[in-house]
Every structure is written in structure tokens, then in C-alpha cells.
Design a protein around this ligand. Structure first.
Ligand SMILES: Cc1cc2nc3c(=O)[nH]c(=O)nc-3n(C[C@H](O)[C@H](O)[C@H](O)COP(=O)(O)OP(=O)(O)OC[C@H]3O[C@@H](n4cnc5c(N)ncnc54)[C@H](O)[C@@H]3O)c2cc1C
Length: 526
């Protein structure tokens, strides 16, 4: 049963994870270096889910590295007004930890964050977490068959490294000339400044993606003037959010199978959308009609409506859900500007048409470093090659999880595991099963390393890019789904149940495997 709780500092900062000491670390009198079986990065749905599943298997020898002082990832960091999920909560949650208490169809951020904190507490993960610990560098050591990890808290050795650092965790600021010289207040939507009062301010919002359409209706009544800089209008359909009545919550608490039924229903409704995204893009016409009607109903002014009408097939960029965004931007204190920004000056923004607008505050709703995360430069595989180098022509991983040249490294929400239509938690859980099955195989066959065969990864990469061809995401719009080379290396081009089927079992035939070395065997004998 879930109850709201606020963890105390001592609870969340505890650091007494079960590790043993690596003898080599203390030879010169320095503090001993911990050697754990598994190091997990991050405490969002990915890292936390991995930790829980490991613990459920009886594995205690793992540490979770987290740069922040609390768990939650996306749901800890994105605290902008109106932040909520856009996949119904009954589905956007762990299958092994249903929460009958969700207050709404699309729960607000605080509730999802609480849910994750409660999961961490309930499953005993808090003692395994190394808080305020930024992973700075991880290098595979061939002779020792383990990862050498440097964090802001010190050194660590791990047989297996699992990266759950999040695809949307590194805010990206727009490369607009002069932006660094702005003397007003500037922040990213994922780093909301709650101590800064927007009342009466002249605010510029750059970007109209999933975050902007959630916070704009909340700040619009407060600000003196809101300049909304919009480059490519999103397709927006009605949100149809609603509170979950008490009787339903009681029912889910008393009869969990009823909630499972609702969860499956939502899953299959969402999954049907993959048909339009991936296989029959003409099916998106229905959705486009719904969105056009929504726009016509909420935006009476034909000139503004024209600015807000997308000129690409629905689904090419993320489809957004909102009932209050359009009404907010028709208010007299809002101006929608589709002219490109030429430069930012100390107290103003200048657009390509030469117009200069006085601005007190810039809020960047400009997304994240999705395919170029800084961490990629600091993870070194066999022969000292970094992930960034390995991926210089585009990121890829076998089943979004393993990479040739990077033994015993697993990615959660790695390349081509993202979704435009369904719950990311479903994909994460599929990956968790795959990694656990791999670890079981390693244990039973006494393997020291596993590394996907290059030819297997290549065949997989080719398959993904071939399947990407006919999808709506490759239909000609610019979106964060595409990398600098125009390749979609972020989304899964198919049904999610196919991904789950393919990750159900670890197939050792696809991997180079090396049995444990003697020194590693001592560590692994558990
Ligand atoms: C505003 C917003 C709304 C979203 N809504 C939905 C939705 O409705 N449905 C959906 O399916 N998906 C949604 N997503 C996507 C969402 O990111 C994923 O569903 C999921 O939460 C990702 O979990 P994660 O654990 O992989 O990553 P994150 O939640 O990003 O967690 C990553 C963790 O790793 C830590 N970390 C990163 N780098 C380091 C480092 N170097 N050292 C130490 N720690 C590090 C971070 O501090 C963080 O705690 C949304 C994303 C955003 C931004």
C-alpha cells in the first residue's frame, strides 16, 4: 500500500551498502576501494527499477550512484507548474508496484515523485544509494574484468555497470547568439526557479514542446506579458484528464485485479497507435482531424490558428495533450511569435524581422541532450574507446541495451528504446528482465564477461534503420527524435510487445563470453 511520505535526510543519505573491500585499493595506505558486483547509475524509473529487481532476486552486492540528494530522476527534477505525465498513471508505473491511490488519470509530478520514493523505501533500496555522487568516469579494465568508476565521492570497482542516467536528464539550452549575455533571469523548465516570482514580469518562453504546453497556462495569468517563441507548432489533442473517484481507488485497493484490467486496457489502446506511427502513417489522418477540430474550437482567430497549424504529419514530433494551452495563449497578455530569434541582448530579444522586445525573464523549454549526453564522453570501453567515439556516426546498441566493445555494460532506455505512444516503464521493465536473465546466465556458467558480438549488433542496427524508413518519424519534420545526422536513434520502430518478446531471454549465442579469471572469481563467488 502506498502512502505519501517525506524521507528524512538521514534516511535518504544513508550509505551503508553491502560491499566488500578490494585489496588492491589499500596497498599504498589510501582508503580501500569498494568493489561491488553491480553498479547502477541513476534513481529514476530505470535505476530504481533495476535495484528493486536485483534485490528481489536476492542480490545485495550492488550500489546505486546518484548525483542528486533524493531519488526520482525526471520526476524529481521537473517541478515546473503543471508538470504531469501524459501516459495514464495506471500504466505509467511499475507492474510490480501498482498504486491504487493515483489521484488523477494523468498524475501530477509530485505524486509520481512520491510514488518513486515510496518504492525505494518499500523495497529497501535507500541503503544502497550513494547520494550526491556524480559519475565522472567509467573505464573497462580488461585484465581485471571489471569497471573502474570515478565518482565525485571517490573510486569504485564493479563487475557489471548499468547506466540508467536517463535520456531526458541533461537540459539543453538553445544556441542563440548572445544568450550568455542576457542580464535578466534565465532558466530551463527542468530547473525551475521556485524562489523567483514571475508576477508582473515580461517573460519569454522559448519552445512549445511537452513541458511548455504544461506550464504556460499556469504562468500566463501571473505574468505581465508572455512572448511565446514558437518554431514548429505541435499537434495537440484534448487531454481528457479527470480525477479518479474514491470508489475506484477503493476498488483498486481491495481488488488489485480490477486495476490490472484497467492497466491492460490502457496498454492496448495506446499500443494500437503504433499502427499509425510505424506501419500505416495514413491512419494519422484521424488524429489530425481531431486535433484540427480542437484547434478550431479553442482558437477563433484565423491568423493565430494559421500560426498554430502544423504542416507535417501528426506523430512526426511528439503528439501533445492539452485542454488549457490554446485558451491561455489567446489571452491579451500573450503574443505568439513564429519569427526566428536573431539574438538575445542584455535585456531584450531581437527577432529576424529586426523587432526588439524588452524581456525580464527567459524560460527555455528547449528539451534535453538526448543523443549527445555529456556522459558518453566519460564511459570508456575496451581499448579506451569512449561511448562518444564509438557513436560518432550515431548511437546504437543491441536491443537498446548492450554495445560491442563495452563488456558487462548495460544501458537502460538506451538507443532506439524510446516511444511516442506508450509507457517508457514498459520498455524499462523489458530491459530489466533481459539484464537479469543475462546475470543469471553469467552466474550459472561462471562467466566473467559478456559482450555482444559486433556482427549481431550490426545486423540489429541495420534492421532498426531499415524499419525506420516508412515511419511517421522519418516523414520530414525536424524533431529531437533525430540525431545530428538525421537518423532516428531514439525510438523503437515497432510494437512494444515485440521489444518485450525479444528481450525476454538472454541468448548467449549473441555474445562473446569469457569465463571468470581467478582474481575475479574470488569476487564473484557468492
Ligand atoms: C517532463 C517530462 C515528462 C515525461 N512524461 C512521460 C510520460 O508521461 N510517460 C513516459 O513514458 N515517459 C515520460 N517521460 C520520459 C521519462 O524521462 C521516462 O519515462 C523515465 O522517467 C526515465 O527514467 P530514467 O530512470 O531512465 O531517467 P531519469 O528519470 O532521467 O533518471 C536518471 C537519473 O540518473 C541520474 N544521473 C544522470 N547522470 C548522472 C551522473 N553522471 N552521475 C550520477 N547520477 C546521474 C539523474 O540525477 C537521475 O536521477 C517524461 C519526461 C519528462 C522530462
Amino acid at each position: 500500500m502506498f502512502r505519501i511520505f517525506v524521507s528524512s535526510g538521514s534516511e535518504t543519505r544513508s550509505n551503508d551498502h553491502q560491499t566488500t573491500t578490494f585489496p588492491g585499493g589499500s596497498s599504498n595506505g589510501e582508503a580501500p576501494v569498494h568493489h561491488v558486483h553491480v553498479a547502477i547509475l541513476g534513481t529514476g524509473f530505470s535505476g530504481l527499477g533495476m535495484a528493486i529487481r536485483l534485490k528481489q532476486q536476492g542480490q545485495e552486492d550492488f550500489v546505486v550512484i546518484e548525483r542528486a540528494a533524493d531519488i526520482g530522476g525526471t520526476w524529481r527534477d521537473n517541478t515546473y507548474p503543471g508538470c504531469a505525465c501524459d501516459i495514464p498513471s495506471h500504466l505509467y508505473s511499475f507492474s510490480f508496484a501498482l498504486n491504487p491511490y493515483w489521484s488523477r488519470r494523468y498524475s501530477p509530478q509530485a505524486e509520481i515523485w512520491d510514488y518513486l520514493r515510496q518504492c525505494a523505501k518499500r523495497y529497501g533500496i535507500l541503503p544502497h544509494i550513494q547520494w550526491n555522487s556524480e559519475l565522472q568516469d567509467a573505464s573497462w579494465k580488461e585484465d581485471e574484468q571489471c569497471w573502474h568508476i570515478t565518482t565525485s565521492q571517490g573510486q569504485l570497482l564493479a563487475n557489471i555497470l548499468i547506466l540508467g542516467n536517463g535520456a531526458l536528464s541533461e537540459p539543453s539550452l538553445p544556441p542563440i547568439p548572445g544568450i550568455e549575455r542576457f542580464e535578466g533571469v534565465l532558466f530551463h523548465s527542468a530547473q525551475w526557479k521556485h524562489d523567483y516570482d514571475l508576477t508582473g514580469k515580461r517573460v519569454a518562453v522559448i519552445g512549445t514542446g511537452a513541458s511548455a504546453i504544461q506550464f504556460v497556462p499556469h504562468i500566463q495569468p501571473q505574468v505581465a506579458h508572455l512572448s511565446l517563441f514558437l518554431r514548429t507548432p505541435p499537434w495537440i489533442i484534448p487531454r481528457l484528464d479527470h480525477p479518479i473517484p474514491d470508489w475506484q481507488r477503493t476498488l483498486y485497493r481491495m481488488l488489485p485485479i480490477a486495476q490490472r484490467f484497467v492497466r491492460s486496457k490502457i496498454y492496448w489502446e495506446r499500443e494500437l497507435l503504433a499502427l499509425g506511427f510505424v506501419y500505416r502513417t495514413e491512419m494519422m489522418q484521424n488524429g489530425m482531424q481531431i486535433a484540427r477540430r480542437h484547434l478550431e474550437k479553442q482558437i477563433p482567430d484565423p491568423e493565430l490558428r494559421a500560426k498554430l497549424t502544423p504542416k507535417y504529419t501528426m506523430g512526426c514530433k511528439r503528439v501533445l495533450l492539452s485542454d488549457d494551452f490554446y485558451p491561455a495563449i489567446t489571452q491579451p497578455n500573450v503574443e505568439v511569435i513564429s519569427e526566428r530569434i536573431r539574438e538575445v541582448r542584455a535585456h531584450s530579444i531581437v527577432t529576424e524581422d529586426g523587432r526588439e522586445q524588452e524581456i525580464d525573464t527567459i524560460i527555455c523549454a528547449t528539451g534535453f541532450h538526448v543523443t549527445d549526453a555529456p556522459l558518453h564522453q566519460h564511459v570508456y570501453g575496451r581499448g579506451g574507446q569512449s561511448l562518444a567515439d564509438r557513436w560518432h556516426t550515431g548511437q546504437s546498441a543491441y536491443l537498446g541495451t548492450t554495445i560491442s566493445g563495452f563488456p558487462n555494460l548495460f544501458l537502460l532506455i538506451g538507443p532506439n528504446t524510446g516511444l511516442g505512444h506508450n509507457s517508457m516503464v514498459y520498455m524499462i521493465e523489458a530491459q530489466l528482465s533481459y539484464i537479469l536473465d543475462c546475470m543469471r546466465t553469467m552466474d550459472s556458467r561462471k562467466l566473467g564477461t559478456v559482450e555482444v558480438r559486433p556482427e549481431i549488433q550490426e545486423v540489429f542496427d541495420n534492421e532498426i534503420q531499415r524499419r525506420m524508413q516508412g515511419t511517421v518519424w522519418n516523414s520530414g519534420c525536424a524533431s529531437w527524435y533525430l540525431d545530428a545526422h538525421g537518423h532516428n536513434t531514439t525510438l523503437w520502430p515497432g510494437f512494444t510487445f515485440e521489444f518485450r518478446r525479444r528481450t525476454r531471454h538472454f541468448d548467449a549465442k549473441h555474445y562473446e563470453i569469457i569465463t571468470r579469471q581467478v582474481s575475479a572469481t574470488a569476487r564473484n563467488a557468492r
